[in-house]
Design a protein around this ligand. Structure first.
Ligand code: ADP
Ligand code: MG
Length: 319
């Protein structure tokens, strides 16, 4: 039987990467930002049955719980530094811990983000990460920074994770291979850290799309006191969703969920610079609308006609 301390030592304590002055093992970790930088801090909790299915693959879970936190740093334009991990586990299952920690550290190493502490307790499976990043003062991509006249942009592609959920729930029939391909986006989201860093000096507002674009963009509009016009047919559908009927494409790109792409605004004068930043970061970006002085979100189709997607009561992520 693994004790709590054996478990931490075996699965979570690793040779020091040296980002923190003191890592795992004492009452607190010690961490300072680089000289002249600000820290960006965020927590995200994943609860079994709410954010992932019971029995989910532990390696994918390890990836996803860190990916959603890295995505918050990306949406702020911050560089990852370190994270803590608070874990409630029903049992000290070696296979589960092996899979979980390897998925977690593969992503942590890819983004040079060091595990510096946490807490471990017995209980229903619950994973909470607090992540620490850094950025130059004044460069954070805040939700309240959108301005009328800004372009509205989306990174990567949307909707495949929501399509996979529709397949799992038998809301929509997908063959096994198609479902597996869509589910890849749900289980293994790619945090857009490099893009966030490249955008920080030139974009205005950003948010990561975890709850669906319409809802998440609504947070930017409310915080900034502006409105937007969104061309729903310009939204980039994920490769699997792109092969589905238009009605589904529209709904799942506009209000899917679990996408972890960035929705951001930038001055129209920075259009070329945004495209150059995206190239540098290796992430596609698509211009999908504009920010207006008039409050509210106006959905339009490719012909610029008002579109009523009747999204209310449809999307289960918002319930
Ligand atoms: P305390 O009794 O002060 O809460 P703990 O006994 O919970 O300390 O933890 C001992 C050390 O192990 C601390 O440095 C803590 O940050 C670290 N730790 C505990 N659980 C984890 C975990 N899941 N991942 C990483 N570090 C952990
Ligand atoms: Mg503790």
């Amino acid at each position: 039987m693994l004790s709590e301390f054996d478990l931490i030592k075996k699965y979570f304590k690793r040779p020091r990467a040296g980002r923190a002055a003191l890592g795992i093992g004492d009452d607190c970790a010690l961490l300072a930002p680089s000289p002249g930088m600000q820290m960006a801090i965020s927590s995200d909790m994943l609860v079994e049955g709410r954010h992932f299915f019971a029995g989910a693959d532990p390696r994918m879970l390890g990836h996803k719980c860190l990916a959603v936190n890295l995505s918050d740093l990306a949406a702020m334009g911050a560089r990852p530094v370190a994270f803590t991990l608070a874990l409630a586990l029903p049992a000290a299952d070696r296979d589960w811990l092996e899979g979980f920690s390897s998925g977690l550290f593969a992503l942590a190493d890819a983004f040079d983000c060091e595990l510096i502490g946490g807490d471990t307790t017995k209980g229903p499976l619950n994973i909470c990460i607090t992540i620490f990043g850094e950025l130059a003062p004044g460069q954070a991509l805040r939700r309240d920074a959108a301005r009328a006249g800004d372009d509205l942009w989306i990174s990567g592609s949307l909707g495949d994770a929501r399509l996979a959920l529709a397949g799992y729930w038998n809301e929509y029939a997908l063959d096994a291979a198609t479902l597996a391909q869509a589910a890849q986006r749900m289980h293994q989201p790619t945090p857009r850290v490099a893009l966030g860093l490249a955008l920080a000096p030139l974009a205005h507002a950003a948010i990561d799309i975890s709850d669906g674009l319409v809802g998440d963009l609504g947070h930017i509009l409310a915080a900034s006191g502006v409105g937007a016009t969104l061309d729903v047919d310009a939204l980039p559908a994920g490769p699997v969703l792109a092969r589905q009927p238009r009605e589904l494409r529209r709904r799942f790109t506009a209000a899917g969920g679990d996408d972890y792409e960035l929705c951001f605004t930038a001055p129209a004068a920075q259009r070329e610079a945004v495209i150059a930043a995206a190239l540098q970061a290796g992430t596609a970006v698509t211009r999908v609308g504009s920010i207006d002085a008039e409050p509210g979100l106006r959905l339009v189709d490719a012909q610029d006609q008002a579109l009523d997607l009747n999204l209310a009561g449809f999307d289960h992520f918002t319930s």
